[in-house]
Design a protein around this ligand. Sequence first.
Ligand SMILES: Cc1ncc(C[n+]2csc(CCOP(=O)(O)OP(=O)(O)O)c2C)c(N)n1
Length: 290
Amino acid sequence: MASPVDIEALDLKALARTIRGDVIDMSHRAETAHLGGSLSVVDILVAAYWGVLSLDPKDPLAPDRDLFIFSKGHAISAFYSTLAHRGFFPIPLLETFAVSGGSLPEHPSPSCVPGLEFATGSLGHGLPVGLGMAWAARRQGRLSRVFVVISDGEANEGSVWEAALLAPAQKLGNLAVIVDYNKWQATGRSHEVMALNPLKEKWQSFGWNAVEVDGHDIPALVDALNKHPYHSSQPLAIVAHTVKGKGVSFMEDDNNWHYRIPTADEVRRDRAFCPGGRKFVELGPWANRG
Ligand SMILES: Cc1ncc(C[n+]2csc(CCOP(=O)(O)OP(=O)(O)O)c2C)c(N)n1
């Protein structure tokens, strides 16, 4: 099974900027929402896909591969872009995001593209399903580790906490959850909707190896994910502190961007913050959008 790539040789920050650019383009072109939560999760995805996961884009169904579930499926543009840049499918396919009849739906279906393990979008299912995959891997003697990214709003779901109780009981050290803790959900501040804090201590008290990390510090994320003993009996919970809308000054920590779609002018303004980076291309509406 292919190991993570040599991250020393790559400019992962530049890669994250490229993915954020894709996310903004995709939202603008396809007129889709959920921009803020897509931008907050990018560095987590880059850390996992370039620094941690053992997988081979040319053999996406290898039995011993690591499994990754992107449970906050509404933020899928970031995940599609990650898979494309990691080599699972051609990057130009991103231009067909949310096109009627296309292979990149606004919420992903299983196997819609290589590398996508599970349909997500209905929040609260990724962790229980990931737990089942980790349990099956242990029982079958496979080396696969399972990584699940959830959002903080997703932690409102009871199913998350059922899985949180079960994983340590079954000694699933091969399971990791990463919480994209951007402190917002659709309608307000997460801690005002549900008493999430102290979040790390909650996972700890359920029996997880819980750590807090700056969710935009890619080397710190790689380090936290790589130093966990996956052969052990304790699952890993990473509380990744992030900023909703990260990377675009006028979107950062502004929850209007949960639903707002960027205008052409706003896409241009984003480009202004990336000198020498992405170019703005005038985009027409999709010809075959349903
Ligand atoms: C079970 C379920 N209920 C409601 C929704 C609708 N919904 C989409 S995103 C969202 C919340 C977004 O907040 P959060 O989960 O924290 O995501 P982020 O801020 O990271 O975008 C909700 C309630 C859903 N997708 N699934």
